[in-house]
Design a protein around this ligand. Structure first.
Ligand code: GLU
Length: 491
């Protein structure tokens, strides 16, 4: 085995007992919630143990490769705080962990298995479709081609794939941290393709070679890989390698019967962000999809999650993605953000509705923070800032504030000169102008504030009250809108 030197160096470099995990996505275009959860659990296992988290791009299936998908993966992991430890982009000594760039390596390992009699070259036409061909190993004539003939045909340039030679008899048992011991009969396992005609490995082979070479101690992935794991185990055994701990996570479902899927319109991580969810809330919620910390508490920072994360909290049952629950987490995170952070995330959504440059988005953000569930709810609440909407004068009727159209007309007429006289247009002065008026009129404050708010907003439900809206609109615009109100009420 030539050119394996770097691996020997790497093995020497991996400290004994170090927990090493990897997230191994295929760049197929989209980071769905299940992927994000796998990445998160993988990261948490490593961070909990003070170990290493490795990112490996599994791009050997060129047919499924989607341009730009690697960027989506990097972006999502970075935004979610799932930092990886090795590879050239983070100054790692080895790598890169991009499988197509390591193609020569897999072939050498497959040849080694052919030498050992644990794999064979298959020259059949049917191997064109490259992948597993069912339970037909006994029927595959190539399985019985002699070593000499196989070597000669390969040397003569005949195309072939390399298949795993699964024992015909016996059983294979492996242990999964969530599902326990699983035993299968070897006769139910097919002689899967390890190396395709184009020389690239299949996922089924590359994952085993790489997990070994990278010293992976915990293999975390979706439970759809459970049924292939006996074949991986046999590969480890053929090489004489240690078998990692397997952690196969149950799927994330859209409902009782269906997995989440892009085809059914279920959101990816980036979709959720575009829909107004906050990264930290998404990550926190996703952590609880199939894992329980025990106890009632649900809101945790990443640091706290890394401290408390344990495999025993993982569930065998599928988790159902509940957007209402995510909303609850989102509202909770929004409420607890600093005013500056909220203003920063809310600004693009505020600016969708409020285009006037003189209006400060941070001032509006302050009105919204305590009552926003998702950021996309924001624009519709702000439609009145740029333009006073058309409204009916019935809006001025409000029993609780003891106002009706006549009272409102009177109040607006009285407030107009008072407001005109306010020099410093700040919350305190706007409020005092109205409470002084209420005192003078011997009425409740609401009887003054209701008409003012309706006049300046043109709607009954607004973020913030009369004071804040007047302040944000500015004196001139507030007075203009009050005059419009007076005109409407005088008709
Ligand atoms: N490349 C595989 C996928 O994206 C990863 C499976 C694994 O983690 O071993 O599904």
């Amino acid at each position: 085995m030539k050119d394996m030197k770097w691996y020997e160096e790497m093995e020497a470099r991996i400290p004994k007992g170090e927990v090493r995990t990897r997230f191994a996505p295929s760049p197929t275009g989209y980071m769905h919630v299940g992927n994000l959860r796998t990445a998160l659990y993988t990261w948490l296992i490593a961070r909990h143990a003070g170990g290493k988290f490795i990112l490996r791009i599994e791009d050997t299936d060129q047919g499924r490769y989607v341009e730009g998908a690697v960027d989506v993966i990097y972006r999502t992991l970075t935004e979610c705080g799932l930092d990886h430890d090795e590879g050239p982009d983070v100054g790692g000594p080895v790598g890169p962990y991009i499988q197509t760039e390591r193609r020569a390596l897999y072939k050498e390992y497959a040849d080694l298995l052919v030498e050992k009699g644990c794999a064979y070259r298959c020259f059949c036409e049917k191997s064109e479709d490259e992948e597993s061909t069912g339970f037909e190993k006994v029927a595959d004539p190539c399985r019985f081609v002699s070593k000499e003939e196989s070597d000669a045909r390969a040397a003569a340039g005949e195309p072939y794939v390399i298949r795993q030679k699964i024992p015909e008899e016996g059983t294979t048992t492996f242990h999964d941290e969530i599902f326990g011991d699983i035993t299968v009969e070897n006769k139910t396992l097919d002689d899967q393709v390890l190396i395709k005609r184009d020389g690239l490995p299949t996922y089924n082979f590359a994952n085993v070679v790489d997990d070994h070479l990278m010293g992976i101690t915990h293999v975390v992935r979706g439970s759809e890989y459970l049924s292939s794991s006996p074949k991986y185990n046999l590969l480890y055994e053929s090489f004489g390698w240690d078998i990692p701990a397997y952690v196969h996570c149950s799927p994330v479902m859209r409902d009782q019967h269906n997995k989440m899927s892009k085809r059914h319109g279920d959101p990816s991580y980036e979709d959720l962000i575009a829909q107004g969810y906050i990264t930290d809330a998404v990550v926190n919620y996703v952590a609880l999809l199939g894992w329980s910390p025990g106890g009632e508490r649900e809101v945790f920072s990443m640091k706290e999650l890394a401290e408390i994360f344990e495999l025993k909290g993982l569930s065998k049952s599928p988790a159902i993605f509940d957007i209402e629950k995510l909303k609850f987490f989102n509202a909770e995170y929004i409420r607890n953000m600093s005013a500056e952070d909220f203003a920063r995330v809310a600004e693009p959504f505020i600016r969708q509705a409020v285009k006037k440059p003189e209006i400060d988005p941070a001032a509006i953000a302050a009105l919204l923070q305590q009552r926003t569930e998702v950021l996309t709810d924001i624009p519709e609440k702000l439609d009145f800032f740029d333009e006073l909407p058309e409204y009916e004068t019935e809006l001025y009727v409000h029993k609780k504030s003891k106002t009706d159209e006549a009272v409102s007309l009177d109040m607006l007429n009285k407030m107009l000169p008072v407001f005109e006289a306010v020099e410093d247009w700040c919350d305190e002065n706007i409020l005092t102008a109205m409470t002084d008026m209420a005192a003078k009129e011997e009425c409740k404050n609401a009887k003054v504030m209701w008409p003012v708010r309706i006049a300046v907003a043109g709607k009954a439900v607004t973020p913030g009250g009369a004071v804040e809206i007047c302040r944000i609109l500015g004196k001139e615009e507030s007075l203009r809108r009050m005059r419009v109100g007076i005109e409407k009420l005088s008709k």
